[in-house]
Design a protein around this ligand. Structure first.
Ligand SMILES: CC(C)(COP(=O)(O)OP(=O)(O)OC[C@H]1O[C@@H](n2cnc3c(N)ncnc32)[C@H](O)[C@@H]1OP(=O)(O)O)[C@@H](O)C(=O)NCCC(=O)NCCS
Length: 343
């Protein structure tokens, strides 16, 4: 959506606004009918429950005139028209973006969760020195096994870590249902920079498992799940496409749009879009597995990791997630706040 302004919208009694609008670079002198002063993007999420708001940008010369608020109102109105099931509007904003946070709050949004974004880059790629540290050969130093590139399941650092299989689905649901980390992250996971609710229905978890997007670490007795990571693992893109063919046509269309959007934007990045690791050892094991996939494939040049605050189980010691990630050369990039509003 765009916000346009016309000379008749200008309050000529407001000296600042009138002067700004009349300046040549703003093209609001007489004879110009309207000018775009703001843009935004609204997206009705696949199952239609949520309207995702993003990319609001207002020309600096026209800020504090209520334009972003009007765009927000219009995006929600339009979203409700096309997604009649929508019950919530949501957006993410950087923790340090005061203007954006105040704007959201003034428009009835509440802070729902805090997430942190981390990134690491493979050695010898261009971004390595610009945006973050390089991923160290931590895994290879500790793992002498010699495996072929396509056998990623064989190269995990610990026997306790693997892609989840259908037998694990009930356990995954039980694990997440009782997880304080899951609750602190507002029961979301990230897809193409949108924070979607992760329903704990059997079918939803089953889809993620079928596409090998869930990596689990088991407890030492191998009976329970001791931590998990959800990825956007495009290594198994072909496999997912096969699965999708078996699904109902309408659903398939939605899924493919989602998948394609994710791969178009992030095709050289392996993302961990949710991580839940009650101990530093479980986090380390999950990372060894995922980082190994990245290092053994030429499809990826970086890792991106999105995580809610890790809430430790009472019986375990507190650990600092950034300290574990630093061992892999993955560093903190930014903290984000999820804002939501009932509609
Ligand atoms: C954030 C942004 C979209 C706000 O646009 P805007 O049109 O100025 O917002 P509004 O006029 O609707 O502001 C509504 C309220 O938000 C708050 N607000 C907006 N800008 C603010 C600022 N710089 N500091 C403090 N509060 C601010 C105020 O409460 C304001 O009401 P008031 O002017 O009556 O006090 C704009 O500053 C912008 O484009 N920033 C750069 C891009 C960006 O950060 N976008 C959001 C990322 S998701």
């Amino acid at each position: 959506m765009v916000a346009e302004i016309t000379p008749k919208d200008i309050d000529l009694n407001d000296e600042h606004v009138a002067k700004t609008a009349a300046s040549p670079e703003n093209r609001l002198s007489s004879g110009t009918s309207h000018v775009v002063v703001g843009v935004s993007h609204a997206y009705v999420c696949p199952i239609g429950k949520q309207i995702w708001l993003e990319g609001i940008r207002i020309n600096p010369k026209y800020r504090r005139m209520g334009i972003a608020s009007k765009l927000t109102y219009q995006m929600i109105k339009h979203g409700k028209e096309i997604g009649s099931n929508a019950r919530e509007a949501a957006a993410i904003t950087a923790q340090g973006n005061t203007a954006s946070r105040r704007m959201m709050e003034k428009n009835g949004f509440h802070e729902k969760a805090k997430w942190t974004y981390y990134a690491g880059y493979k050695k010898n790629v261009q971004q390595a020195n610009m945006n973050g540290l390089t991923i160290r050969n931590y895994v290879f130093e500790n793992n002498q096994s010699n495996v072929s590139d396509d056998d990623t399941s064989a190269i995990c650092g610990s026997k306790n870590v693997s892609f989840a299989s259908p037998e694990d689905i009930e356990k995954i649901i039980t694990f997440l249902s009782g997880s304080k980390t899951f609750i602190s992250g507002a029961r979301r996971y990230v897809q193409s920079w949108k924070w979607y609710e992760l329903g704990l229905e059997y079918s939803k978890i089953s889809d993620l498992v079928a596409c090998k997007k869930i990596v689990i670490v088991r407890t030492d007795d191998m009976q329970e799940i001791g931590g998990l990571a959800i990825t956007n693992n495009s290594l198994h893109k072909g496999y997912c496409a096969e699965q999708n063919q078996m699904e109902d046509k309408e659903q398939k269309k939605d899924d493919n749009e989602e998948e394609n959007a994710a791969y178009d934007d992030e095709d050289s990045s392996l993302q961990i879009v949710y991580v839940d690791a009650p101990t530093s050892a479980s986090l380390e094991n999950l990372l060894v597995f995922v980082v190994n996939i990245i290092l053994s494939s030429n499809l990826f040049d970086r890792i991106q990791l999105f995580t809610p605050n890790q809430i430790n189980h009472e019986k375990y010691e507190f650990y600092e997630i950034s300290e574990v990630l630093a061992k892999f050369g993955i560093s903190k990039s930014e903290s984000f706040l999820l804002y939501t509003r009932s509609i």
